[in-house]
Design a protein around this ligand. Sequence first.
Ligand code: ADP
Ligand code: MG
Length: 241
Amino acid sequence: MLSIKNVTKRFAGIVAVNDSSFDVNEGTICSLIGPNGAGKSTLFNCISRVYPIDEGEIYLKDNRIDKMPAHKIATLGVGRSFQLTRVLDELSVTENLALHTAAGFNWHLLKFAVTKEDQERAEQIMEFLGITHIRDLPMKELSYGQKKLLDLGSVLMSDPSFILLDEPAAGVNPRLLETILDRIIVLKNQGKTILLVEHNMELVMGISDKVIVMAAGSIIANGTPDEVQNNKQVLEVYLTG
Ligand SMILES: Nc1ncnc2c1ncn2[C@@H]1O[C@H](COP(=O)(O)OP(=O)(O)O)[C@@H](O)[C@H]1O
Ligand SMILES: [Mg+2]
């Protein structure tokens, strides 16, 4: 489904992603793991075209997407998480979700652009994530964990077939962690393809079909959770990193 071929991304003097290649198969959960600073988020941002890449190619099915504008990539069914911005603090959970399908930038205008379909979709998502009880709370009153759920919810608003999640469960309590992992499995069972970026190796082992390990910009391992967990180089990076 997604094919990363020899991708390199540099920032002034730093090679953040170095000649990296891997595939994500349709209908699977693939986790991209590695210590902080490994280049995971950079690669994630290259896929959704937040950054242009310096070398290599990225394909989604038969479409070469590394030269496509970000909004066009989204129309191919790619959904990614974005940190919610402060400007939406006064709006409710439902409104925040609904705005994710509306077009435009000015939130005063956006508020009027929310359609009945957006509203209904927001209701479905809140049900899916078990957050219907906070539907009318303004963003500024949410806990950190509730905001993480809302991050996930906003990715799902456009009903993407390929879902990119960058540390969707970072810093949440164990119970919420279970919920988030469980929801990701349900999404896979619905036929979605998921690329999960995470620095905690243990966290993704139970749910991943494939695990890619990055360290210092390069991919050092690629295999099943078992293969990766027993890989000497991976253990070294996690013990020393
Ligand atoms: N926008 C940027 N400008 C300059 N350097 C960056 C930028 N984004 C990331 N980097 C650098 O690229 C490297 C990889 O970072 P990142 O992709 O965020 O790692 P990870 O997500 O694995 O923790 C780091 O050295 C980081 O400082
Ligand atoms: Mg990161």
